[in-house]
Design a protein around this ligand. Structure first.
Ligand SMILES: Cc1cc2nc3c(=O)[nH]c(=O)nc-3n(C[C@H](O)[C@H](O)[C@H](O)COP(=O)(O)O)c2cc1C
Length: 374
């Protein structure tokens, strides 16, 4: 059996970001310089487990979970995670301070390391509930939500937001929002560096059409040096992460983590300053397949909850060889196992073969069609 070193306690790394070293009382916790973004229908516990096998230090976020879902739904299903996933942040969707405080407390009781409020989602469903990006128009409400959550839990309470929405998109508007929410105790701001249009663009278009405004986020970090500022949007390589860390405390990566998870194989060393050896793909595949064993076994048990399908369990591995010779062969082999999930050891052998052959320069990948859920 291939040994995978245990996850280190949180935090256990010297940050590579100069800004992160700065004392920032009374903010809670430390700011990990890198995180994997909340992504509906992607950053489930299986994808997170894969990412944790690749990087031991990167902060991982759940998909957004709404307060009504937590208060009325199946909490074991919604909030369940594996111990190895730490450090792990729960992203909440909601606009009611009391409900958010209750849900934050429930999550912290279950061991989450951070609570994050979604102020960036522009989908019409979310707008109907008056949360997500439309809350950029209500900084006082967001501040009340943050204050309520902070009073309810001892862990960092953070906010993920946009530069602005609709015509409320000037740098000064964002500063006003951030200052009000900071005064309520927000411990970190993750800024998706583009505005959102609340009407007329789909969520997917809202991730691509409004131009990226990195300069505004850098200026925010410069002008409000006591706040922890994380930048998000369009960052796709370790070199780009390091460039951003000159200006901000942290970088959040969304689509590139899904399109090319192996990009994270070097981040523990390159971003967190770890001296541990980088993992090998074959070890990661082996450990990941072992981790889904109990889930697959549960499906074979007729009287039990059937759990996720083999496709849901195997799809995190789909892009593991993105940009490498044999990537197509890898996907074909995985697709076959989605249909018939037996003899998974063959995937380990294939990973070993592809890894032995070595890789080619990476091709930039793009957001695949058909996952426009957020
Ligand atoms: C499929 C998908 C689902 C997403 N779901 C969420 C979500 O649940 N909460 C959230 O705050 N952002 C969500 N986002 C936005 C990402 O977190 C991120 O802000 C955005 O993709 C820009 O970063 P990137 O260019 O690194 O992907 C989602 C993005 C994608 C592609």
């Amino acid at each position: 059996m291939l040994a995978v070193p245990p996850v280190l306690p949180y935090p256990a790394w010297p940050s590579m970001s100069v800004r992160t070293q700065r004392a920032r009382e009374p903010a809670r916790g430390v700011t990990p310089p890198l995180s994997v973004a909340p992504m509906m229908d992607r950053s489930d516990r299986h994808f997170r487990r894969l990412m944790r096998l690749i990087s031991r230090h990167t902060l991982l976020y759940t998909e957004m979970i709404t307060c009504p879902a937590i208060e009325n739904g199946d909490r074991d299903y919604l909030l369940g995670y594996d111990d190895d996933e730490h450090p792990l942040a729960l992203q909440l969707g909601g606009d009611d301070p009391s409900a958010l405080a209750r849900c934050a407390a429930i999550a912290v009781e279950r061991g989450y390391d951070e609570i994050n409020l979604n102020v960036g989602c522009p989908s019409s469903r979310v707008q109907t509930g008056n949360f997500g990006a439309c809350l950029m128009r209500e900084p006082e409400r967001v501040a009340a939500c943050v204050a309520a959550m902070r009073a309810a839990v001892p862990v960092p309470v953070t906010v993920k937001h946009r530069i602005g929405v609709d015509e409320l998109d000037r740098y000064e508007d964002m500063v006003k929002f951030v200052e009000l929410v900071a005064a309520a105790g927000c411990d970190r701001f993750t800024v998706h560096a583009r505005k959102a249009w609340l009407q007329g663009l789909s969520p997917k278009q809202n991730r691509n059409v409004p131009p990226l405004r990195y300069a505004d986020v850098h200026r925010l970090a410069r002008e409000l040096p006591d706040l922890a500022i994380e930048i998000n949007g369009g960052i796709r390589s370790v070199a780009e992460i390091r460039e951003q860390l000159v200006h901000v405390d942290a970088v959040m990566i969304g689509r590139a983590a899904w399109d090319d998870p192996w990009m994270f194989a070097t981040v523990d060393r390159a971003v967190f300053g770890s001296t541990a050896p980088a993992p090998t793909r074959v070890a990661v595949v082996h450990a990941y397949l072992e981790s889904i064993g109990p889930w697959l076994a549960a499906r074979a048990e007729p009287r039990r909850f059937r759990g996720p399908s083999p496709t849901v369990l195997l799809r995190p591995l789909m892009n593991l060889f993105a940009g490498w010779p044999g990537a197509r062969r890898w996907k074909r082999a995985l697709n076959a196992k989605c249909q018939a999930p037996t003899q998974l050891g063959e995937l380990v052998e294939l990973a070993a073969e592809l890894e032995r052959r070595g890789g080619a320069p990476r091709q930039p990948s793009s957001e695949p069609a058909g996952l426009d859920v957020f």
